[in-house]
Design a protein around this ligand. Structure first.
Ligand code: ARG
Length: 463
């Protein structure tokens, strides 16, 4: 064993008594932050390369340290590394192990840095790759949604407001709405990159360092665009954590909305979609049941990501600058939110591949509830020079009449319509056709089959 008393805390010369076992247990974060080992080792390798370039450490020591770090990385990735709670976190565990492997020269690794800048450098790098992973999964979902949309351009469904039939729409247009949502989620994550790209390494504890380090070098080597500008802000800042948690929470919230929607469509009352047996579960007592548990899982899990965002806000509220132990919980919170979202995205993609619309049922529902009433009002405006308000009232009278006669709008006779608006001719009857209604919505972003087809083509070509 190296001369360094390896089984003791790094600060044991100053702090004579051993940390109480209880505090050691609660204060240690190794079980959580060991997930940062790759980033931590990469950060340390680049750090010592810079120390050598700046003539702060020798070539020999640099090489010894890098050798040791690579060995540690291999051990951890092969599950051959024993993490020790006594050494608190991933940074100390790796440093301690380095002493075991290369001896006293390991002591040079922490020149001109502190765990305060080290941890956020690791964490920013980790969040950047997490962003990429989320983005890849969103991309997969967008592809699966596009496939569904392509198959359902002319599938007619009732567009709902207040969960009441409103106007007929193309089911593909509906699915394309999800694509807009997920594209925004992608954008929200990529908007965070600018702040994530500021490299904290080298600000040390909070005030910078007296060593002649090159922060631009380490920043570039670690894939950041530039170093942070103020050492105090750097070690105090967790805004990038909030940005990530917010983006994850919003994306989970979107999934929960869609999940709820699919639960409603799948309910026996609506019966608009079929879920394949792959994504339903049975009941322990009711033999007939096929329950949408996975969708309910998605709806439920999103709430945890909201809680995580709130926890982080609460940790930071009123916290003075600069580093405090309070912030250590940021990792646990972020990892939890990330795991929930990645799981949810994977599940959601599987769900998209396993749903099929009950086209007849959709049409039947769209054909009830007077969904073409707005089309009639528009017709009166266009062809009988009425103001929209006047046309709205006339149409409402016609709907009242249909309701009284227990008929659909399309089942009314032209003579009935004429009683309310004598100028009408049988020409008007075409507005009650659902597909005509959909096709008339040619305004940009509207549901006409043509528009939807064009959008699908555009997105298939990727943007
Ligand atoms: N594990 C610590 C954290 O995540 C690293 C920073 C520790 N710094 C300190 N001065 N205690 O917050």
């Amino acid at each position: 064993m190296a001369k360094n008393k390896n089984n003791q805390a790094i600060w044991n010369t100053r702090i004579k008594k051993k940390t109480s076992k209880f505090f050691e247990k609660v204060g240690s974060s190794i079980e959580i932050d060991k997930r940062l080992y790759k980033e931590d080792i990469l950060g340390s390798i680049v750090h010592v390369e810079m120390l050598f370039k700046q003539k702060i450490i020798s070539f020999k020591i640099k090489n010894k340290i890098i050798y040791g770090l690579k060995k540690i990385e291999k051990e951890i990735s092969k599950n051959n590394f024993e993490f020790n709670k006594e050494y608190e976190d991933i940074h100390m565990n790796i440093e301690k192990k380095l002493f075991q492997i290369i001896g006293e020269d390991a002591g040079y690794i922490h020149t001109a840095r502190s765990r305060n800048d080290q941890v956020i450098t690791d964490f920013k790098m980790w969040i950047k790759s997490a962003n990429k992973e989320i983005d890849n999964n969103l991309e997969k979902i967008i592809k699966s949604t596009l496939k569904l949309a392509e198959k359902n351009i002319e599938t007619v469904m009732p567009g709902l407001t207040h969960l009441k039939n409103a106007q007929p729409i193309s089911l593909a247009h509906y699915f394309m709405a999800y694509i807009e949502i997920f594209k925004r989620d992608k954008k929200r994550l990529s908007n965070n990159i600018e702040n994530l790209n500021e490299c904290p390494l080298g600000v040390a504890a909070l005030s910078g360092t007296s060593f002649n380090i090159d922060r631009h070098y380490t920043s570039k080597k670690l894939g950041f665009s530039h170093p942070t500008n103020n050492s105090i802000d750097t070690v105090s800042d967790r805004d990038f954590v909030l940005d990530f948690l917010f983006s994850v929470a919003v994306c989970s919230m979107h999934i929960s909305r869609i999940a709820e929607e699919l639960i409603i469509w799948n309910s026996d009352g609506f019966n608009l979609i079929q879920l394949s047996d792959k994504i339903v579960t049975g009941s322990s007592i009711m033999p007939q049941k096929k329950n949408p548990d996975l969708l309910e899982y998605l709806r439920g899990k999103s709430s945890l990501t909201f809680g995580n965002l709130f926890s982080m806000l609460a940790i930071l509220k009123g916290l003075p600058l600069s580093y405090f132990k309070d912030m250590q919980d940021d990792k646990e919170i972020v990892f939890k939110s990330y795991d929930i979202l990645i799981n949810s995205l994977k599940i959601f993609d599987e769900i998209l591949k396993n749903i099929s619309p009950n086209k007849e049922k959709m049409f039947e529902l769209a054909d009830s509830g007077y969904v073409t009433a707005t089309d009639l009002a528009d017709y009166l405006v266009k062809y009988h020079s009425m103001s929209f308000r006047k046309a709205y009232q006339k149409t409402a009278e016609i709907v009242n009449m249909a309701e009284k006669k227990k008929k659909k709008l399309k089942e009314l006779k032209i003579d009935d319509l004429k009683k309310i608006e004598p100028k009408l001719t049988s020409e008007v009857l075409k507005v009650f056709n659902l597909k005509n209604s959909i096709n008339s919505k040619k305004s940009y972003g509207g549901t006409s089959f043509e528009n939807v087809k064009r959008m699908i083509m555009k997105y298939k070509k990727n943007k």
